[in-house]
Design a protein around this ligand. Structure first.
Ligand code: F6P
Length: 195
């Protein structure tokens, strides 16, 4: 059985400042994770010649993948983080203060709430369809380096979690979720590479 490895990018400068969205580079801790991830992937997928590394088009995932050598890399726009529209680059505190109605509506229905000029979780789930089709088609292992909201949606699909839970699934940084699809169902392992 072929594994799918899901991970968020290494910690970004925006994660440090608590800002959502953007296209920041990774922090020192994020760089350390990228090296640990490369080590892990090279060991785990050593004899897997056809394995590939998928990232989003945002530099925090591309930088996280960069120390991994020996496998082809594919960039997917569909793996980009949820588009926060007018709230892009803000902290949750700033949204609460400057756009209290938006903050409230999102609290009330995080799954359906769509950022003005941005996306909802439902939008993200929809745009992931081609990625899921391609993942299901792959015979070789795939490492998916993406973002919090996107990985919640992907994980929920493979782990068969209900739609309403998607926006609330825990998706910690610096952790690999390995999913194995076998005849008896889906098996999952987690590797926390850093505290
Ligand atoms: O904070 C990191 C981040 O990836 C943001 O870019 C994104 O808006 C957010 O997480 C998604 O998580 P939530 O839906 O819980 O706000």
């Amino acid at each position: 059985p072929r594994p799918i490895l899901l991970t968020r990018h290494g910690e970004s400068q925006d994660n440090v400042r608590g800002r959502i969205g953007g296209d920041a580079a990774i922090s020192e801790a994020g760089e350390l994770y990228s090296k640990k991830l490369a080590n892990f992937v090279e060991k785990r997928l050593k004899s897997e010649r056809a394995a590939s590394i998928w990232t989003s088009t945002l530099q925090r995932t591309i930088l996280t993948a960069s120390p991994i050598v020996g496998f082809p890399k594919v960039q997917w726009r569909a793996l980009d983080e949820i588009n926060a529209g007018v709230c892009d680059g803000m902290t949750y505190e700033e949204i609460k203060k400057n756009r209290p109605e938006e903050y409230e509506s999102r609290q009330k229905d995080k799954l359906r709430y769509r950022y003005p000029r941005g996306e909802s979780y439902l939008d993200v789930i929809q745009r992931l369809e081609p990625v899921i089709i391609e993942l299901e088609r792959q015979r070789a292992p795939v490492v998916v380096i993406s973002h919090q909201a996107v990985l919640r949606a992907l994980y929920a699909y493979f782990a068969d979690r209900p739609l309403k839970e998607v926006p609330h699934i825990e998706m910690p940084l610096h952790t690999i979720i390995e999913i194995q699809m076998g005849v008896t169902g889906v098996q999952e392992k987690r590797y926390k590479l850093m505290d």
